[in-house]
Design a protein around this ligand. Structure first.
Ligand code: MOS
Length: 701
């Protein structure tokens, strides 16, 4: 009566695999875009504006052209004209480099000096005298700024929400929390600064770059320079981090292309660490008002979340902080607003878990305040408000498992013994406290293509324009391909980061692996069909490809997210104000985990950034000059090893087939909720509530 079990097949996915490029990275053999030699390479050095607003009056290029090795000075008076309208999901005027004399912020590109050596280019840039007609500027962000306005309709803007009767629900609530939360300007600091080399080869534009998506960069360059996308080839070898800063803002890439077009030789432009603070996007300051109203038993009647963030005068970027309040908890009424204030500062951009990271700080702090007000355990409060369907959309969840994360986390962290009273635990001079917060991040999939070749020797070659920005994407994709082809991963060669492989989603939005995996799996199905009739594979191999665009379009709508619960224990020295995080635990529901080794690294990396956001990171904008007072790694603090305790990340079973790969993506969720868990723990330690980040020494008590 029992059917014989199928023979066990070892699955490559789900098992830990060390990185394919691990050896070349630790031995220093791995080449990054700034290291790769090219014959006849010339070097460009960017000159950026020193004033916050105005017009360029003069550029004294003759003196610089006379310097040794200097080949050209590009500026708005002589630069190639670019086609307007290029951008990622809509036109981005930041890409229109050197097109006019307007200066919209400190650090705006105003010239490129090209020379034989990098040192000569830098010396030329330092010597270039530029005068400006300055105009008054405003970089002071505040939620009651007269320029505050609703976001322009854009594919990326979250519409306002008015559901139910928030005012009536607030009036009827037994417990109300009403708080203003702020987060400061925060900056991307990928280990590898941006770099692009451009050259013309056999009638094609070739760019060797550090980016999160070579096809997206090729598309943008094709539009800007009025080229057919097939005549542009963009590729990377290794990429040392991106986090949203590599591929959408690329003034250095645009200038490298301009320079090579004018000079007829390869040109490379690197960004300095300081230039990264104004040219590649950042997380804007936010001011968020959260009002929660609940019955005495903690059931939420209303969630109000109004968020304002700074943007530039060049291009609108809105930090979508209400993403978190749209999905986490059920309530009878919602009022959600997203507002922006255009200021004379660089345009912000996506930065790891855009919207989710600052939004979760406000909402998860407010939930902790509500629990304290209502005399409820913070986890019990969250469980009480678990929704059946998307709280705002009414759409079914593709899967959820937030409850499992909270319960499993509570068990492993030792939450059950917690004394809810704040400010009563001591360890010598330290006050101790624990805190919790929920995490979530959208689990999207974008259209991608992939191709697989069955080689005559029995191995397979996979080509997909994926990017491995340090995540281990190469390794994970080889595991996925191996399972789809029913072959060991050692038989799979994986080629990525080359726009010639065709369109693919970028390493962004926590969508990369899921998007590429789907295309690879479809290509594997097509290839296996082709191979079924083949006796001998010819020397050139047999290739099949796939494009998931139509498959994606055919899906029903779902609320598809990863979830998590983060726990933190802190010690606070009431004399010095020092906050030490003693331990963090994150339990996540992130679909199928392809490679536990690299997945854990991603989650721990995100949680480390959450700690850094809670305690350290803060751009200090000087409103007199309009620039940053701490725009480098000497002044802008990120968590160092000594700040980071043992961080533990793990996951619960989370079966989800909304995309057939079952992968949800986990590059960003690790940062979501971390800052709130720490702020809530600081309250539990000290009895002092922190609604403004970072919780630096001077602000603790
Ligand atoms: Mo990420 S902010 O989607 O690179």
């Amino acid at each position: 009566m029992t059917t014989p079990a199928a023979p066990p097949r070892t699955s490559a996915t789900g098992a830990p695999h060390t990185r394919r490029e691990g050896r070349v990275k630790v031995t220093g053999e791995a080449r990054y875009a700034g290291d790769i030699p090219f014959a006849e390479l010339a070097h460009g050095w960017l000159v950026t504006s020193t004033v916050a607003r105005g017009r360029i009056r003069s550029i004294d290029e003759d003196a610089v052209l006379a310097l040794p090795g200097v080949l050209a000075v590009l500026h708005h008076g002589n630069a190639l004209r670019l086609t307007p309208g290029a951008g990622f999901m809509g036109p981005d005027a930041n890409l229109q480099v050197l097109q006019d004399d307007r200066v919209p912020h400190v650090g705006w590109p105003v010239a490129l000096v090209v020379a034989e050596t990098q040192e000569q280019a830098r010396a030329g840039a330092d010597a270039l005298v530029i005068t400006y007609d300055e105009e008054p500027h405003d970089t002071a962000f505040r939620a009651d700024h007269p320029g505050l306005r609703a976001t322009a309709p854009s594919p990326l803007a979250m519409p306002d929400v008015d559901q139910g009767d928030p005012d009536a629900e607030l009036a009827a609530s037994a417990v109300v929390v009403d708080g203003e939360y702020t987060t400061p300007e925060e900056f991307h600091n990928a280990m590898e600064p941006h770099a692009s080399m451009a050259r013309w080869e056999n009638g094609r534009l070739e760019v060797v770059d550090s980016n999160q998506g070579s096809y997206a960069v090729a598309q943008v360059l094709a539009t800007l320079f009025s080229l057919d996308v097939d005549t542009v080839r963009v590729r990377s070898e290794h990429v040392g981090g991106g986090f949203g800063s590599k591929g959408l803002r690329l003034p250095h890439t645009v200038l490298a292309v301009m320079a090579t077009t004018v000079l007829h030789r390869p040109v490379r432009v690197l960004l300095t660490r300081r230039q990264m603070f104004s040219l590649v996007g950042f997380r804007p300051a936010t001011a968020q008002r959260v009002r929660l109203g609940a019955d005495g038993d903690g059931r939420l009647r209303v969630i109000e979340h109004e968020t304002a963030s700074a943007t530039s005068t060049v291009h609108e970027y809105a930090e979508q902080s209400t993403r978190h309040s749209r999905i986490l908890y059920a309530a009878d009424a919602f009022r959600l607003r997203t507002r922006v204030v255009p200021l004379d500062m660089p345009t912000p951009a996506f930065m790891r878990a855009p919207g989710w990271a600052p939004g979760s700080f406000a909402v998860e702090s407010a939930m902790d305040e509500l629990a304290a007000e209502a005399g409820l355990d913070p986890i019990a409060l969250r469980l009480r408000n678990e929704p059946e369907v998307g709280p705002v959309s009414g759409l079914p969840f593709s899967s959820r498992n937030l409850v499992a994360c909270l319960e499993e986390g509570a068990r492993r962290f030792g939450w059950a013994d917690r004394d809810p009273r704040p400010g009563v635990r001591r360890d010598g001079r330290w006050l101790l406290g624990t805190g919790v917060a929920s995490s979530a991040h959208s689990a999207g999939v974008g259209p991608s293509t992939a191709a697989i070749t069955a080689e005559a020797d029995g191995t397979f070659t996979v080509r997909v324009t994926a990017a491995d920005i340090g995540t281990g994407a190469r390794t994970a994709l080889s595991q996925i391909a191996a399972d789809a082809l029913e072959t060991p991963p050692e038989s799979v060669r994986i080629q990525i980061a080359d726009s010639d492989f065709g369109p693919a989603w970028l390493a962004g939005g926590s969508m990369g692996t899921a998007s590429w995996a789907w295309a690879i799996s479809e290509a594997a199905i097509a290839l296996r069909k082709k191979l079924a009739d083949v006796v001998d594979v010819p020397p050139e191999g047999i290739t099949a490809d796939a494009d998931t665009t139509e498959l994606l379009g055919a899906r029903e709508q779902r609320e598809s997210h990863g979830y998590g619960a983060q726990f933190a224990e802190v010690a606070v020295d009431p004399l010095s104000g020092e906050v030490r995080v003693r331990r963090m635990l994150g339990i996540f529901a992130v679909g199928r985990v392809v490679n536990p080794l690299t997945a854990r690294s991603q989650l721990v990396g995100g949680m480390t950034w959450g700690l850094s956001m809670a305690l350290h990171e803060e751009g200090a904008r000087d409103d007199v000059s309009g620039g940053l007072a701490n725009g480098d790694l000497a002044g802008y603090h990120v968590a160092a090893h000594a700040d980071v305790p043992a961080i533990e990340a793990d996951w619960v079973e989370d079966h989800d087939t909304y995309n057939p790969s079952g992968i949800k993506g986990l590059g960003e969720i690790g940062i979501v909720g971390g800052a709130a868990a720490i702020a809530n723990a600081v309250w539990h330690a000290t009895g002092v509530r922190h609604r403004h980040l970072p919780i630096s020494l001077d602000r603790v008590l």
